[in-house]
Design a protein around this ligand. Structure first.
Ligand code: CIZ
Ligand code: SF4
Length: 351
């Protein structure tokens, strides 16, 4: 049972003490989140782990996050993902095969190697980060996408943005790029389904990927809610679609959403477009200040892969560590690690 697991997790944590750090992403469910030593977004967690003395980094999050942790941590540190089935459907939409084929197709029309900087959202597999590293590209997160794109445009005229169409468009639009200069590359079609002219004229080519959770938010839900409560302040994650972000008063990463609502005036009402577990915790946290927090969708927009990490898996990996056995280690191969690190360091050097 969860209760028994709680006790076993506690006991294992005490035995492992500072040898082990448990990281909890904002989208984790409460039963796991409460055991985390640190919580945050993927980058904050990985950076924390890399600077810690811990031998074991237990990452309660999804696969790409554990890969970033393995890439940024010291070689002797071991990163563990409690349930190996905790992936990310968005990250899975851009794999090495379809990315390399698309790059070659682009190169048949423009000189991609000279004109295009590949940028990948941190929500991507290590081999895509490595692809970006190999092509003088870079990684971005939802909190720093604008600064990263500025860096790219200083070097080259075009960007190929992976894997989230919405983060790419929402960021580009706020930087003043007209919508018609941002085209969507559909990797299931030859030449991305685009014409030669569209590719030549584009400033940003957006990979056709999306988050299955954030795509559920629709601008109609905002309209309906505002009819009942016109004073509502709307805050959305940039993985939500263009219309939702256009209607939002604030658009930002999970860290930004938490900070904005925490620091807001008391007696305000918020409609939040991001994952349910984060919204529910935030709602509880700020209700004492008279702040009302509402979840945007009438459907349950929960990340099913984040949900996979449960107290049972956490107890299992920790108890194995107590016994001296490492299970579910995430290890990026050396080639990808070196190149992915380069793309991540291009980003980190900007801050
Ligand atoms: O980078 C992260 O942790 C994710 C997935 C989103 C965010 O906005 O923090
Ligand atoms: Fe991936 Fe979306 Fe889940 Fe984040 S919320 S891990 S982008 S599927």
């Amino acid at each position: 049972s969860d209760e028994e697991c709680d006790q076993r997790i506690q006991a294992a944590k005490e035995k492992l003490a500072e040898r082990c750090v448990i990281l909890g992403h904002h989208y984790q469910r409460n039963e796991v989140f409460k055991h985390a030593d640190v919580s945050g977004d993927s980058l904050k967690l990985s950076s924390y782990a890399a600077n810690s003395e811990a031998e074991y980094i237990v990452f309660c999050g999804v696969h790409f996050m554990a890969e970033v942790s393995d890439i940024l941590s010291r070689p002797e540190q071991i990163t563990i993902l409690p349930d190996l089935a905790a992936g990310c459907s968005m990250a899975d939409m851009a794999n090495r095969v379809n990315v390399e084929r698309s790059w070659n197709e682009l190169n048949s029309i423009i000189n991609a190697d000279e004109q295009v900087t590949p940028v990948t959202y941190i929500n991507s597999a290590a081999d895509l980060k490595a692809f970006c590293g190999r092509h003088d590209g870079i990684v971005c997160t939802s909190s720093n996408a604008k600064q990263v794109l500025d860096w790219c445009f200083e070097k080259r005229e075009k960007i190929l943005f992976f894997p989230d169409e919405h983060l790419g468009r929402n960021t580009g639009y706020r930087m003043g790029i007209p919508l018609e200069e941002m085209v969507v590359w559909d990797f299931n079609q030859p030449m991305g389904g685009l014409t030669k002219e569209q590719i030549q004229n584009a400033k940003m080519i957006l990979w056709k990927g999306f988050c299955s959770v954030h795509q559920m938010f629709q601008s109609k839900q905002i309209d309906d809610f505002k009819k009942k409560h016109p004073e509502t302040i709307i805050i959305a994650h940039p993985e939500a679609n263009f219309e939702v972000c256009e209607q939002a008063d604030y658009v930002g990463s999970t860290e930004m959403i938490l900070k904005t609502v925490r620091e807001a005036k008391p007696n305000t009402r918020w409609l939040v477009a991001t994952e349910l577990n984060l919204v529910n915790r935030l709602k509880e946290e700020v209700k004492g200040q008279g702040k009302q927090v509402h979840f945007m969708s009438p459907t349950v927009a929960m990340c099913s892969t984040m949900f996979r990490t449960d107290p049972q898996h956490l107890a299992w990996v920790l108890e194995n560590l107590v016994e001296g056995t490492v299970v579910n280690q995430i290890q990026v191969n050396d080639d990808d690690k070196q190149m992915a690190k380069k793309a991540l360091e291009n980003m980190l050097s900007l801050f």
